[in-house]
Design a protein around this ligand. Structure first.
Ligand SMILES: Cc1cc2nc3c(=O)[nH]c(=O)nc-3n(C[C@H](O)[C@H](O)[C@H](O)COP(=O)(O)OP(=O)(O)OC[C@H]3O[C@@H](n4cnc5c(N)ncnc54)[C@H](O)[C@@H]3O)c2cc1C
Length: 162
């Protein structure tokens, strides 16, 4: 991925990145619709497997995002947390402190019931901090999307020093 312009703001510590993923809870998912972008906000769960970031999403089995993923599974994702606006004496000194993660990957609509159950458990663990189990009927009525990230970066914009 292209290097970050404000490199001093880049976060590489995986523990810090994990904290962002634990807090953000909403992903802005970018999809390709022919020659147009399409961005859809969704909740997510995540896990690291062999050092790779995996996201799980769930939702209805039909709709625009599902149609687009079938045509082109390449996705881009962004999530952020700790948004704190700050003021300044002039307009350009106003700003926002934040932490964020962005990356790209490949989406897969899961068909295997056990894989879907795993994805939903990971999803609920991230969203609620609790362990849930799912029966086959619950799993059959939703789509579960697995995104394997090929690359991602994280960034923190701190509050300005007074
Ligand atoms: C904070 C947040 C969290 C969400 N979490 C989830 C989740 O975990 N799972 C999930 O399935 N959905 C979630 N949603 C809803 C999601 O954003 C979509 O509305 C939904 O998934 C349907 O997407 P679709 O591409 O199938 O759209 P379709 O239902 O096929 O709709 C097509 C058109 O409707 C419009 N549209 C669709 N979604 C939105 C929207 N959110 N806002 C404005 N216009 C819209 C667009 O113009 C789009 O082209 C969440 C929404 C928000 C705001």
């Amino acid at each position: 991925m292209q290097g970050m312009t404000r490199r001093e703001r880049q976060i590489t510590d995986i523990n810090e990145i994990t904290k962002i993923l634990d807090k953000a809870l909403i992903v802005h998912l970018g999809l390709v619709d022919g020659d147009e972008p399409y961005v859809v906000p969704m909740n997510y769960g995540y896990e690291f497997v062999d050092g790779k970031l995996i996201l799980y999403l769930h939702g209805a089995r039909r709709g625009r995002k599902i149609d687009l993923m079938i045509k082109n599974p390449k996705v881009f994702f962004e999530m952020e947390c700790d948004l704190t606006p700050f003021e300044g004496e002039v307009a350009c000194k106003y700003g926002l402190s934040y932490s964020s993660v962005m990356g790209r990957g490949v989406a897969e609509i899961l068909e295997d019931t056990e894989e879907k159950k795993h994805g939903l458990s990971v999803f609920m663990k991230t969203q609620t901090g609790k362990d849930f189990t799912f029966d086959d009927k619950m799993v059959s009525i939703v789509s579960v999307i697995k995104i394997t990230a090929s690359e991602f970066t994280a960034k923190h914009r701190p509050m300005p020093k007074m």
